[in-house]
Ligand binder design. Structure first.
Ligand code: ADP
Ligand code: MG
Ligand code: MG
Length: 877
């Protein structure tokens, strides 16, 4: 038979699934012999049962009664006793902490009779009536969903009637009157009297906590944090202790290290003569925890020693809630504490130094996501003014620019701009691309603005609901701003500032760039240490996507051990566009050869620079991939130019020819059209020229004493015959270049068919590189260039997926193709090198997937190389 209730002495910290985080940790502290008020936990099983059937499991009440008797025995007080009543708190506690999501009810067990007993027994009538009125208030709100304002109104009346300013000044008699008023409010709202039966109070409270799991706020929070909806919450029932019994009492929170910086020391806040909620509510000013050493030295010393024991037990930073009742310390909560990304690195390294954890464990205490956060530029907090408002931090970074209110203005602007909108839609895309950052007044982390901005790596603050946007005026809390005024937005905190706040480049980036030494800086030293260890244990290599020498040099500084993707199409832009036009427009072999001959030396020089930058390390060069018409002017532009010329009676000349070519080459679906290997097969000499440039550049590097290691990569292969054909051509070219080193030829796996027939393809490929952008696009049938703006935000809202499959690899679908291709490819060619060069190569969750899939390396943008290195190390650990 399932048990639904566990006494604190029965549980431990590893039972979070069953007892929730709070319950498991209360049990652990109880086991350690720490002063925890006695209590028990109702399991998440009971909650799931309740949510499923709408009723508490039959056995639950009897079990609760049984455990309640154990509390009574320990405390020596009885629940509902008229003389000296036991009071209880009922606290929610799910597996993952969901701060503020579900409520706590304190002082359960007070009624018209017991309140008098409590008053007599504590000789504190005021305290008793104050506790009673708090109970009615919390109970009404939590169990009956009454608006808190109804009680606040009564409280304000009571203060006015008494002629006092704070609640603390109300006398016992006045509080008793207030209780009567609260009871009336309770009755008029619920149609029933406030329950005098204390057991009913307890059961109704437990069920209310169960129900609160499905409260809208809780659901939204879970969706945002990707916490499963079917876990349910546990409920903790424990004896009350009172921090509000005078100056020798109080309540506080503490951290075993500074959660902001990781520094060792005593951090926290303490509030005298107060109950838990008062600290968080910020009603009165707290004092810093260190002042407790003067207020109550013995409780303070005890707290410090408990904090040390907790750190040893949890082997990590802990946060703590405690209460002191008449000089006696009580522990009410602990957990492994949240911390900033910087603190995560510092603490992990400290714990290694202290001999508490190993370097392997330290690596698991930090994440690529945290490192990424540390690599964004940030505002100089000292120079920042008061923020105008704070919205949802949707996409990190620090952006400064002039306000623009529409996409056209953003696209037309010459300087940096911030696009300010109520919300964005697909029409805003050009403006979003042009802007430094995006600020909206509506929508959360899955709004269109947020999703698109994150996809572009652009700073975004959304849902800043204090913004009023009217035509071309923006008002924030009464302050008016206009188009052209400068604002600064912080995508990591959600803060919005007037004017230009100075931006600090990330010191972590400066360290990776070699501009700063880690010496003497705790954060950089911690990062250095963990990166060294990550590199040491990683089995997955990290290469960079880099097209130029400078890119490759930077990637190398960031720790890349090769170039996994050099996109050669970037070498056809700028002034070289004309040469490509000549190639496209060539009417015969001679014209085409001439155009290719002009491109050859330019490509060769590009490659030489790249190989020099990556000397001694592999450089995977992808032959030209995009449809060639991308190199021609857009159709609308040409049409307009030709029309203008005709209207003026001029000869449109070359434009007429170009227009005809663009029309001829038009494709309804260019991403599925004439591109990749298909170009190599259709346009004679194009791939051969590129291969020749690679071979000649390598030969030149060798002649100069270098050690070039180029590889030729053929994109978009779907049939082995395609690959065999271009391979034969490439091999012939390679053989014809004197002094060229051996150059491997491989292919991208990005058409689903290629993944499926990877065994055949491996016969003609010495390596595979997964192009997971195209592979995702083609497997889902999603046009990557359109969907993020068009409907992904809706898909995320609906929970169809938790994260865009272009951001984190879809392990079930696209990932299955990856696994199939690895297995079949390696079966056909043992020792086949396999890597990935899509955006996913720099995404922490995807890096882990690629490690598990047995890839040799990931390749990502230079900036994300450290992130991938760290994750590769973590995945191996
Ligand atoms: P949250 O998860 O929102 O922090 P808690 O369950 O921790 O909610 O409760 C909020 C506060 O209520 C606690 O910080 C604590 O100060 C107070 N509290 C809870 N249980 C008790 C108790 N048994 N005795 C005294 N105060 C309590
Ligand atoms: Mg708490
Ligand atoms: Mg591709």
């Amino acid at each position: 038979m399932t048990r639904y209730v566990y006494d604190f002495v029965e549980g431990n910290k590893d039972l979070k699934d069953l007892l929730g985080g709070k319950g498991a940790n209360l049990a652990e502290m109880t086991r350690m012999g720490l002063p925890v008020p006695p209590g028990f936990t109702v399991t998440t099983d009971a909650c799931r049962d309740y949510l499923h059937t709408g009723e508490a499991p039959a056995a639950l009440l009897a079990e609760v009664e049984h455990h309640l008797r154990m509390i009574q025995n320990q405390i020596g007080k009885t629940f509902g006793d008229a003389d000296d009543p036991l009071l209880l708190s009922v606290r929610s506690g799910a597996k993952f902490s969901m701060p503020g999501m579900m409520e706590t009810i304190l002082d359960i067990g007070l009624n018209d009779v017991t309140v008098a007993g409590l008053a007599r027994h504590t000789s504190d009538e005021r305290f008793a009536w104050d506790s009673y009125r708090r109970l009615i208030q919390m109970f009404g709100r939590t169990v009956f969903d009454m608006p808190g304002s109804e009680f606040e109104t009564e409280l304000a009346h009571a203060r006015d009637a008494a002629g006092v300013r704070t609640d603390a000044e109300l006398t016992a008699a006045q509080l008793r009157e207030l209780v009567n008023a609260y009871k009336k409010v309770f009755h008029s709202h619920t149609g029933r009297d406030f329950p005098q039966a204390v057991h009913e109070q307890l059961y109704l409270s437990i069920m209310a906590v169960f129900r609160s799991w499905n409260a809208e706020r809780a659901q939204i929070y879970r969706r945002k944090e990707r916490i499963p909806h079917d876990l349910g919450t546990a409920v903790n029932v424990m004896a009350m202790v009172f921090g509000n019994r005078g100056e020798n009492s109080g309540t506080g929170v503490a951290f075993t290290r500074d959660p902001a910086t990781g520094r060792r020391g005593v951090y926290g806040d303490y509030l005298r003569n107060a109950q838990g909620e008062d600290v968080v509510a910020g009603i009165r000013n707290t004092v810093s925890l260190s002042e407790l050493s003067a207020i109550d030295p013995s409780a303070y010393r005890q707290l410090l020693s408990i904090m040390e024991r907790l750190e040893q037990r949890y082997r990590d930073l802990c946060d703590i809630e405690f209460t002191i009742e008449n000089g006696k310390l009580w522990m009410l909560q602990t957990r492994v504490g949240k911390r900033t990304p910087a603190a995560a690195f510092v603490i992990a390294a400290q714990l290694v130094d202290e001999g508490t954890i190993t370097l392997d464990e330290a690596l698991q205490r930090v994440s690529g996501e945290q490192l990424a956060q540390l690599m964004f530029p940030s505002f100089d907090q000292d120079a920042a003014p008061q923020p105008l408002t704070t919205g949802v931090p949707a996409s990190p970074g620090a952006a400064v620019g002039a306000i623009v209110f529409d996409s056209a203005a953003a696209a037309a602007a010459t300087g940096p701009v911030i696009l300010v909108r109520r919300e964005t839609n697909p029409d805003d895309l050009p403006g979003m691309i042009a802007a430094q950052g995006i600020l909206t007044s509506r929508g959360g982390k899955t709004s269109h603005a947020a999703v698109v901005a994150r996809g572009m790596g652009k700073t975004c603050v959304c849902g800043a609901d204090e913004l009023r946007i009217e035509d071309d005026e923006l008002t924030i809390n009464g302050r008016a701003l206009h188009a052209g005024d400068t604002i600064s937005i912080d995508g990591s905190t959600g803060r919005v500032y007037a004017g230009a706040v100075p931006v600090h480049p990330s010191k972590v980036v400066r360290y990776f760039e070699g501009e700063l030494s880690a010496y003497g800086d705790p954060l950089l030293a911690a990062i250095e240490r963990l990166m060294i260890h990550a590199d040491h244990v990683a089995t997955l290599g990290v290469h960079a996507n880099a097209d130029t020498g400078p890119d490759a040099t930077r990637a190398r500084r960031f720790g890349a051990t090769g170039v996994g993707l050099c996109r050669t199409e970037h070498m056809f832009l700028g002034d070289r566009r004309v040469l490509v036009e000549r190639l496209i427009l060539a009417e015969d072999d001679a014209g085409r050869e001439e155009a290719l001959a002009a491109l050859l030396p330019l490509q060769r020089a590009d490659f030489e620079e790249l190989f020099a930058a990556m000397d001694g390390l592999p450089v995977t060069v992808r032959l030209i991939d995009p449809p060639l018409h991308e190199f021609l002017p857009p159709l609308e532009e040409l049409t307009a130019r030709v029309a203008r010329a005709e209207a003026l009676g001029e000869d449109a000349g070359r434009d007429t020819v170009l227009l005809a070519a663009v029309r001829r080459m038009h494709e309804a679906n260019p991403m599925l059209g004439l591109r990749g290997v298909r170009l190599g097969l259709v346009i004679p000499g194009l791939f051969a020229m590129q291969v020749q440039a690679i071979a000649e550049a390598a030969a030149a590097r060798i002649a100069a004493g270098g050690d070039p290691q180029p590889e030729v990569m053929i994109p978009l292969v779907g049939a082995v015959q395609e690959l065999e054909t271009v391979r034969a051509e490439a091999e012939a070219v390679l053989a014809s270049v004197p002094g060229a080193p051996p150059i491997r030829i491989g292919t991208m796996i990005e058409v689903p068919r290629a993944a499926l027939i990877a065994g055949q393809i491996a016969g003609a490929a010495e390596f595979f590189s997964f192009g997971t952008n195209d592979l995702t696009q083609m497997t889902w049938g999603f046009s990557r260039d359109d969907v993020e703006g068009a409907f992904f935000s809706r898909y995320l809202e609906l929970g169809i997926f938790g994260v865009s499959p272009f951001e984190t690899i879809d392990a079930d679908g696209v990932g299955e193709l990856v696994r199939i291709a690895v297995t079949r490819g390696r079966a056909a060619r043992p020792g086949l090198t396999v890597g990935v060069c899509g955006e996913h190569g720099g995404d922490p969750a995807s890096v882990r997937f690629f490690h598990d899939a047995g890839l040799d390396y990931v390749s990502c943008s230079p900036f994300r190389v450290p992130i991938a290195r760290l994750e590769a190390g973590r995945a191996a650990g």
